[in-house]
Design a protein. Structure first.
Length: 534
């Protein structure tokens, strides 16, 4: 799809999204230019919601982006994290287990969607790299595409459909309050730090900074005591040590949270990894964070969760202990009732969790095979078809070309996909991926197929792979052979069975069988002879 077509499609989807945000979320929406400036006089929409006619008019013209007005009317405050510094700071502020709808921005930052807090207004640089969009502001909303053709997108696991809006974290409010006070200090020369009304907060903040900066604890106490004596009026001595203890406890909580993050990363890892990978993923850049990472990994080694691997420093392997027990005595050995084009079901059997690969050169008929497969199985199975090369219009044309089917006869769900392949797997249904697009590092295909296979339960996966002209196998070569129970190639009108693990009892293995075929009118697969050994 070229840029202009993508723009035209996005204009239509922005109108639908604007209606959804308004009706389902109660948000006030506005149109934006591609430079994020309002395309209309937007101030009225801080106090009223746009009508459907207005929304239709906004997104019927030139390319636009979609904006959501923040503040009281939308009951929405958005925390805008611009860079890695802001991300590091926000992670220290957020309480453990805090979840929120999350939008990824084209600049590499993200937006945290929260409920509006009464009186909370826009604020820039609340913390380095963090802004607040609230009363008097707006944000760009997904699926907007900017002038550089980069999109705003929801996190698949944390979006408005899957998680409720939380309140703005109190830590953010505290930082904003402190910034507001600091701003007032420059306006009002009579208001200074460590004075009546702010001594308590200033002493704690200072103690917290010293602890966070790695100062020896025994040295923190005298510094805070000295500051306490300098307050106007002096801060009570009996309460000074409590400020330091509170700062220490906050530091310990931060370390515990960091240890939890590191352990969670390790427990989700597979195989071998470097400590530098953990640091890069979790953005652990300071010397203290690096030291904490080393200590945590060493402790996990002592606990038997990790082992050091190889001769390279910082290389580890997670010791797998969470194996899934197989109750094979209770397993059914009845094959699944699945039919295939070209009569393949007469040559092998299909069972739960099977991966079936169809590899083919360009225009060899992979998609025709997939759609014919849907037609033969849609009455018995729920089928989910994922494509990365067709839009809605082209898919409809391909389906309407089937002269033996009416439009309403088709019964399956279709999706666009371009990555995160294992997330597309429907464990107990038939998943079809047409096709797995990998343009480099073909050796990773085996690992991707492994992850998809692990997501299956009672269902199966029919997977399309690209195949180079003259190659024996699809992309990934031998790496793509490890998991599939049947592997078929389509090349210049010749179908070849490369692998078939579950042959029909009493019959010879079909491995090596070939058959000539043709694709008629772009959709009908026609056998020209019987399957036989070449």
């Amino acid at each position: 799809m070229n840029y202009q077509n993508q723009r035209e499609k996005n204009v239509q989807s922005l109108r639908d999204w604007a209606i959804w945000y308004r009706d389902q979320c109660g948000f006030s929406v506005i149109p934006l230019l591609l430079d994020k400036k309002p395309a209309i006089k937007w101030e009225p929409f801080q106090t009223r919601i746009a009508t459907s006619a207005e929304i239709d008019d906004w997104f019927a013209g030139p390319p636009r982006m979609l904006g959501i007005v923040t503040g009281k009317l939308s009951n929405l405050s958005v925390i805008d994290i611009d860079n890695k510094e802001g991300e590091h700071e926000i992670m220290e502020i957020l309480p453990s287990g805090f979840h929120f709808p999350k939008v990824y921005t084209p600049s590499g930052g993200w937006h945290m969607y929260c409920k509006y807090r009464e009186g909370l207004r826009n604020a820039s640089r609340v913390i380095e790299g963090i802004d607040i969009r609230s009363e008097g502001g707006y944000v760009v909303a997904p699926p907007s595409i900017n002038s550089e053709n980069k999109a705003y997108s929801w996190d698949n696991n944390y979006n408005l459909s899957s998680i409720e809006l939380p309140l703005v974290p109190s830590g953010i409010i505290e930082y904003k309050a402190l910034n507001d006070q600091m701003g007032n200090r420059f306006v009002n020369e009579d208001l200074e730090m460590f004075t009546q009304g702010r001594r308590d907060e200033d002493l704690f903040h200072t103690a917290n900074c010293l602890v966070k900066g790695g100062m020896v604890i025994d040295e923190v106490y005298p510094v805070i005591r000295t500051l306490a004596k300098s307050c106007r009026p002096p801060f009570p001595n009996k309460e000074v040590d409590e400020k330091v203890r509170s700062a220490i406890e906050r530091g310990l909580r931060r370390e515990r949270n960091l240890s939890t993050e590191i352990k969670e990363w390790v427990m989700s890892s597979n195989g071998i990894f470097l400590s530098s990978e953990v640091a890069r993923t979790l953005q652990l850049s300071s010397r203290d964070e690096q030291k904490h990472l080393s200590k945590t990994l060493a402790r996990l080694v002592d606990e038997g969760i990790l082992e050091r691997h190889g001769n390279r420093a910082g290389m580890f392997r997670r010791i797998q202990k969470d194996f899934t027990e197989m109750y094979w005595q209770d397993a059914s050995i009845e094959p699944l009732n699945v039919l295939y084009p070209l009569g393949l079901h007469n040559l092998f059997r299909t069972f739960c969790k099977n991966v079936i690969v169809i590899a083919g050169v360009k225009d060899a008929g992979k998609t025709a095979f997939m759609l014919d497969f849907i037609k033969q199985n849609q009455k018995r199975w729920k089928i989910h078809y994922f494509t990365n090369e067709m839009g809605e219009e082209e898919l409809k044309l391909r389906l309407l070309a089937h002269k033996d089917m009416r439009q309403n006869d088709w019964n399956f769900k279709a999706y666009e996909v371009g990555g995160a392949w294992e997330d597309a797997i429907m464990p107990n249904d038939i998943t079809i991926i047409d096709y797995l697009e990998i343009n480099n590092d073909f050796c990773t295909i085996g690992e991707i197929i492994k992850r998809m296979h692990e997501k299956l339960d009672k269902g199966i996966l029919l997977l399309g792979l690209q195949q180079a002209e003259g190659a024996r196998l699809g992309r990934g070569a031998a790496f793509s052979l490890q998991r599939p129970r049947m592997y078929l190639t389509l090349d210049s009108g010749i179908a070849t069975i490369i692998s078939a693990k579950n042959r029909i009892p009493g019959r010879p293995s079909p491995v090596g069988y070939t058959m000539n075929y043709e694709v008629i009118d772009g959709w009908k697969l026609h056998q020209l002879n019987e399957w036989s050994m070449r």
